[in-house]
Design a protein. Structure first.
Length: 345
């Protein structure tokens, strides 16, 4: 009896060690440097290539921030939220108010003061859009869980209502959102010209990516989120309240959209009530390319979209608007579930 018990106990660790670990798929990630290298001979000038590459990475990082929250909502909650753009718009307009209230700091020739204004604008935008996201989920999304057609109609209606509220508060006209003084202009890297703000956007995007990957992969909350994406029923059977998790994810996704709205508004240097609707299609392209519910896939997809948009815009401006759709079609023909598909999706 003791021999059998000992043998079983000794075999358990061996069996655990024998469980194969899934190897990380480097092929989709390798598409990013491959795309950049293929663009170099087409562009010709290394300095122009470097300028376009940094611009593409900055655009990709901003799009990733905007889309990252929605990809979790899409993957975990199975909600087709076509009203995601309204949180982008609210974030951008809140930033205009913060910059207007802190105009002295924004126009100061001090990097610390300029960064403080940017931080306050991002914090205010995330707070406001998180609150709006909570109300949006409770009033509009919650009654239509599991009903995709109604989700599309209701969330699109919510975006229209949100845009009209923005017009009431800030007006229907275009509102300028100039960059802080020390973030204007460019840096020279040899013959290449790189805008300062684009470098800031890349850094902010990298911080958001690392924070999300740490939360999803190294915390209990992240484990529940990833488990909920793959098997909601199992998480519920373990006694966790998946509905509260849904609300938290929706609020966090709305806050990230607000943060992205600030960065996108500064990227455009002006905002309009329809700013969110303008990038909605781009966001869904990124999510589909990356794989529904995949944060890292969303990141890789956003970088590919940003780089391709800048390269094609330089080489063939008339084809720029179709380049991302062509990229999505090519990716789906290769991998129908996206670059990093989530199990059971």
């Amino acid at each position: 009896m003791n021999t059998t018990t000992t043998t079983t106990a000794a075999a358990a660790p061996a069996q655990a060690d024998a469980i194969p670990k899934a190897a990380f798929d480097w092929i989709p990630l390798a598409l990013v440097p491959l795309l950049a290298l293929l663009a170099l001979p087409a562009i010709g000038s290394p300095s122009s290539w470097l300028t376009l590459t940094v611009a593409g990475l900055a655009m990709g990082m901003i799009v990733f921030i905007i889309a990252s929250g929605l990809t979790l909502v899409f993957g975990l909650m199975d909600v087709l939220n076509f009203g995601h753009g309204v949180f982008i718009a609210f974030g951008a307009f809140v930033a205009t108010s913060v910059f207007g209230a802190m105009i002295g700091w924004s126009d100061a020739d001090s990097l610390l003061q300029n960064l403080a204004v940017l931080f306050c604008a991002m914090l205010a935008a995330m707070s406001v859009t998180a609150a709006i996201g909570w109300a949006f989920e409770r009033v509009m999304v919650r009654p239509v869980y599991g009903q995709h057609l109604k989700q599309i109609l209701v969330t699109m209606g919510g975006m229209i209502i949100g845009e009209e509220l923005i017009k009431v508060v800030w007006g229907p006209q275009q509102v300028p959102l100039p960059l802080p003084t020390t973030l204007r202009g460019s840096l020279l890297w040899g013959d290449a010209v790189v805008e300062k703000y684009r470098l800031v956007a890349v850094v902010i995007g990298a911080v958001v990516l690392l924070a999300m990957l740490f939360t999803l992969n190294r915390t209990k909350l992240g484990l529940l989120i990833r488990a909920g994406v793959q098997d909601r029923e199992m998480v519920e059977s373990l006694g966790y309240r998946i509905r509260r998790l849904f609300v938290g994810v929706f609020v966090a996704g709305s806050a990230l959209a607000g943060l992205g709205g600030v960065l996108w508004g500064l990227y455009q240097q002006n905002v309009i009530p329809q700013i969110g609707a303008q990038v909605n299609t781009l966001i869904f392209i990124v999510i589909i390319i990356g794989g529904l519910g995949s944060t890292f896939g969303c990141f890789v997809g956003a970088l590919l979209v940003g780089l391709l948009a800048n390269y094609v815009g330089f080489l063939a401006p008339k084809a720029a608007m179709f380049s991302n759709i062509g990229l999505m079609v090519a990716i789906l023909l290769w991998r129908p579930q996206g670059l990093y598909p989530v199990a059971n999706r």
